[in-house]
Design a protein around this ligand. Structure first.
Ligand SMILES: Nc1nc2c(ncn2[C@@H]2O[C@H](COP(=O)(O)OP(=O)(O)OP(=O)(O)O)[C@@H](O)[C@H]2O)c(=O)[nH]1
Length: 906
């Protein structure tokens, strides 16, 4: 992204790297030239003023001219290398002539080299005409490296010479002088670069590049030296392959062209001297040399730098094997430096390559996966992506376990029901039924959930009764409950919250067991309850349905074991399993800041086993498990699936419903927690992802929605039923309306949470949200629509499903101004000198002109001024000049009413 930004910013100004790119040169080369010309430059991002460009161009011209002149002088000498041009030519020749073989070989290997060879010719144009070549050159060379064979080596030399020179010379003629070092180093580069190189020569020469460069110098001592040195170096005695190593050259005089000698020994030669000596050959060789070994070249160069031949001598190693990995494992975005390391490349090389690929990046800049892929592909490296991105949103990742690894786990149960039907009493009663004698004596801890054991099987009960808590967890993405128990008082019957509870359970797709409570009461009528329940598709088994009804008395502790057995039965049918032998995943049930213990979280382990010392992430917090206590107050060392525990060791207090997962170490946990909180902040700032009628059509189109979940709240049961019936008939584009819940009364917080958890919209028919719901609506961003006419509800939903919901606008008057003077100005029209008498005038507002209570104009404000200056707005009590769009019939005493159109929430 930064790259993009950079590039945007760069649009206006020509940067060094851009200019270099346009010449197929490297930024460094341009920078060197600029410095040589005493022009101010810092780095590749420095701005190239026109004057600088001119001077650089002049520099190129001079060099070209010099080269041409020299060529002319030395025309006799077949292969004068003096001028860059000649060099290039030479290169061409070489490439064409001697190189032919090498080239061919090269070509075979790398097609590019061949081009490179040609390049020289092209290059002749002093300024980097043939960009490709250069670059290709390098690339090729890189490839070349890899090729180990003698031939290759031979080729290399040639190639290197050829290519490089070509590159360096051709393209950057003059520069070479500067670059020489490198390029020169690379081999031929130097050769080409004519005179300038003088200074550089030295280096290059050693490297072989030397020769080329400055013909003048080259010829002079340096080249020679270079040559010598080079020879020494290149010839690396050790180099067994005569052809291969530059050094070999020495050994194989016969095959000078190929030989590396070219570089070392020849290198010198390459210089003017070479030219002379070997003439065509040498020249050719050089070029050839240049080509292949960009790297080789580089290496040489580097090595050579300063050291001349010596280095080279030691360099048998230079034939260093291409250690580019075949495959890299990428775990996400990384910096250029990191990627270069992974690819075993120089960062500069990688940066260069990235530029070619259209990505501008500095060494410390992060590059995205696309760029990583591109680059790796360019190097022929396979990329294996092992992005731990899932780790950031680990709650969404479903781990699949081998069937064999799964073990039965206790079911997790939530108790729901209407107020006063006995939820809490039942929970307490069950807790006390705890048959786990062994555990008795421990201090019962409230840790959000508890376990009881019956028939040697455990059941976990969530301690917070009520569907609100249940759905709130669900709204946070936590599905911890396996089974719900709907408690209905047998002396009362089905009440609104019973229905809500049923609907919340159904929306979550969780099995329901009905506990008909208070059967100890004389007025208890279990059958009536069962009867009423059938209306909600909960039909008792004895009546042919599949819902389990258990008659209990929480107070008298009647039927509790039966209830527990039924829970175990449902659990058995549903076969709740988990793999205890892996890192733990859990959900936070409650959390708080304890004065003594610090942040404390009560969590329910769902998968794996949590152990003391485990590093973890809980929501956006992280920590290391310091201590674990179960619901009996007993300290645990580890906790398996469905075990509720209280843990300490957090750094912050997470939220109920937060996902919890163990990670390798605390550092990683911290990193993930950090990223999660950043992401959360971003998504909070970002768009609302809930379904709204306004974007319903898009969701449908994208195939994200198959059912439009709706919650209906109406003033009377009749309207709710009528609405339900009508909505159920809608079927547009294969999407149906699914009524999650319908009820009578105000829209409550519970409705909103259910809507939030189930991605539903809420329709209020002749009802309004209660105050608590109001704030939750804003918080959860739930789409709530209020209506008074059933037809409108149906129409709105149909329109939304068809994607035809137009926004509704309403006019909001923002202020009035009284016209006190009218100025007629030619071309402008009438300016109403006015006083803002209420609100304010806004430049972008619409306006109407009212005269004697009659609207004589409606349109837009054309201009708004304070004295002579344009104003965006003018507040009450201030004077201003207003012109109206295409209206000049303004009179003193007129009132200008400014208004804006605002979209109205439906
Ligand atoms: N007779 C009788 N009374 C019961 C039974 N279960 C609960 N009660 C009584 O019903 C009243 C409400 O019980 P709670 O357990 O507080 O009901 P709840 O559903 O948890 O109520 P909220 O927490 O307000 O939602 C209490 O006075 C209990 O003593 C029962 O089985 N028989």
């Amino acid at each position: 992204m930064n790259n993009k930004q950079d590039s945007k910013e760069n649009k206006d100004k020509l940067r060094v790297y851009e200019y270099a790119k346009s010449l197929n040169m490297s930024s460094k080369e341009i920078i060197t030239i600029l410095k040589r010309l005493n022009l101010p430059v810092n780095n590749h991002m420095s701005v190239m003023e026109n004057e600088m460009v001119h001077k650089v161009e002049g520099f190129f011209r001079d060099i070209k001219a010099n080269a041409a002149a020299k060529r002319a002088q030395e025309s006799t000498s077949s292969v004068s290398v003096s001028s860059s041009a000649s060099a290039k030519q030479g290169a061409n020749r070489t490439s064409s002539q001697q190189a032919q073989q090498p080239q061919q070989q090269q070509q075979e290997r790398k097609p590019q080299p061949a081009q490179a060879a040609q390049a020289p010719q092209a290059t002749q144009g002093p300024t980097s005409t043939n960009p490709n070549h250069d670059r290709q050159g390098p690339t090729n060379s890189i490839n070349t490296k890899t090729q180990p064979t003698q031939q290759q080596s031979e080729q290399r030399p040639t190639a290197q010479q050829g290519n490089r020179p070509a590159q360096s010379h051709n393209n950057r003629p003059a520069q070479s002088g500067s670059n020489p070092n490198r390029q020169g180093g690379q081999g031929q580069g130097g050769g080409n670069r004519p005179s300038q190189s003088g200074s550089n020569t030295n280096r290059p020469s050693g490297q072989g590049g030397g020769p080329n460069r400055p013909s003048s110098q080259g010829q002079g001592g340096r080249p020679a030296q270079g040559g010598q040195g080079g020879q020494g170096g290149f010839n690396r005695p050790s180099a067994p392959r005569p052809d291969g190593g530059g050094n070999r050259s020495a050994s194989a005089p016969a095959a000078p062209s190929r030989t590396f000698e070219s570089r070392s020994t020849q290198a010198p030669n390459r210089g003017a001297s070479d030219a002379k000596d070997r003439n065509g050959r040498s020249g050719q060789k050089r070029f050839d040399d240049g080509k292949p070994g960009f790297r080789g070249g580089n290496n040489n160069n580097r090595g050579q730098k300063g050291r001349g031949g010596r280095y080279q001598q030691q360099q048998p190693a230079r034939e260093k094997i291409d250690n580019t990995p075949k495959k890299i494992i990428v775990r996400g975005t990384m910096t250029v430096g990191e990627l270069a390391k992974l690819l075993h490349k120089d960062a500069s090389e990688v940066i260069k390559k990235l530029i070619f690929l259209g990505v501008m990046a500095t060494i410390n800049q992060e590059i995205d996966m696309d760029a990583i892929h591109l680059l790796a592909t360019d190097y022929g490296v396979e990329v294996e992506v092992k992005i731990p991105v899932e780790e950031d949103s680990f709650e969404t990742v479903e781990e699949t376990d081998e069937e064999a690894d799964l073990e039965a786990r206790p079911p997790v149960v939530t108790i729901m029901g209407h107020v006063d039907h006995g939820k809490t009493t039942l929970l307490d009663a069950i807790r006390k039924t705890n048959v786990t004698g062994g555990e008795a004596g421990g201090i019962t801890q409230h840790i959000g959930a508890y376990q009881v054991e019956i028939n040697h099987k455990k059941i976990t009960f969530l301690d917070t009764p009520g569907h609100e808590a249940f759905t709130l967890m669900r709204a946070r993405g936590a599905q911890v409950t396996d089974i719900t128990i709907i408690v209905v008082a047998a002396d009362d019957g089905i009440m609104p919250q019973t229905v809500e509870a049923i609907n919340h359970a159904k929306a979550a797709g969780v099995p329901i067991i009905v506990a008909v409570n208070k059967i100890d009461k004389p007025e208890a009528n279990a059958d009536k309850i069962k009867q009423e329940m059938t209306e909600y598709e909960l039909v008792p088994e004895e009546w042919g349905g599949d819902t389990i009804f258990v008659e209990v008395s929480a107070k008298q502790r009647i039927g509790l074991e039966g209830l527990l057995e039924m829970i175990l039965l449902v659990a058995e049918v549903n076969d709740y399993k988990a793999n205890p032998n892996k890192r733990a995943r859990a959900t936070v049930i409650e959390a708080e800041l304890d004065k003594g213990k610090g942040p404390v979280a009560r969590i329910l382990v769902q998968h794996g086993t949590l152990k003391i010392g485990d590093a973890f992430v809980a929501g956006n917090c992280f920590g290391r498990v310091r201590a674990m206590v179960n619901d009996k107050g007993r300290r645990l060392k580890e906790a398996g699936p469905s075990t509720p525990i209280e843990i300490t060791g957090l750094t912050e207090v997470p939220q109920a419903g937060d996902p919890f997962m163990v990670f390798e170490d605390e550092r990683k946990a911290r990193a993930i927690a950090d990223r999660r909180s950043i992401k959360q902040r971003q998504s909070e700032m970002g768009a609302n992802t809930r379904v709204t009628l306004d974007d319903l059509y898009n969701h449908i189109k994208d195939g994200e929605i198959k059912d439009l979940n709706v919650i209906i709240k109406a003033d009377v049961q009749g309207s709710a039923e009528a609405l339900k019936g009508s909505l159920a008939k809608i079927d547009i584009e294969g999407v149906r309306v699914k009524i999650l819940h319908s009820g009578v009364g105000a829209i409550t917080e519970s409705d909103i949470i259910l809507a939030s958890a189930s991605n539903a919209i809420v329709i209020g028919f002749n009802v309004r949200p209660d105050p608590q719901a109001e704030s939750t609506i804003a918080q959860e961003k739930v789409d709530v629509r209020m209506h008074r006419v059933i037809y409108n509800v149906i129409d709105e939903i149909e329109q939304a499903m068809k994607g035809m919901l137009d926004p509704i606008y309403k006019e909001v008057v923002i202020g009035h101004a009284e016209v006190r003077n009218v100025f007629k100005v030619t071309k402008v029209g009438a300016i109403a000198g006015s006083m803002v008498t209420s609100g304010k005038m806004i430049r972008s507002a619409e306006a109407r002109l009212i005269r004697g209570g009659i609207v004589v104009y409606t349109g837009k404000i054309d201009s708004l001024k304070r004295f002579k200056d344009d104003a965006k707005e003018v507040a009450q009590g201030y004077e201003c000049g207003i012109t109206l769009d295409r209206f000049s019939d303004v009179k003193e005493g007129d009132i200008i009413e400014a208004f804006v159109m605002e979209t109205v929430e439906r």
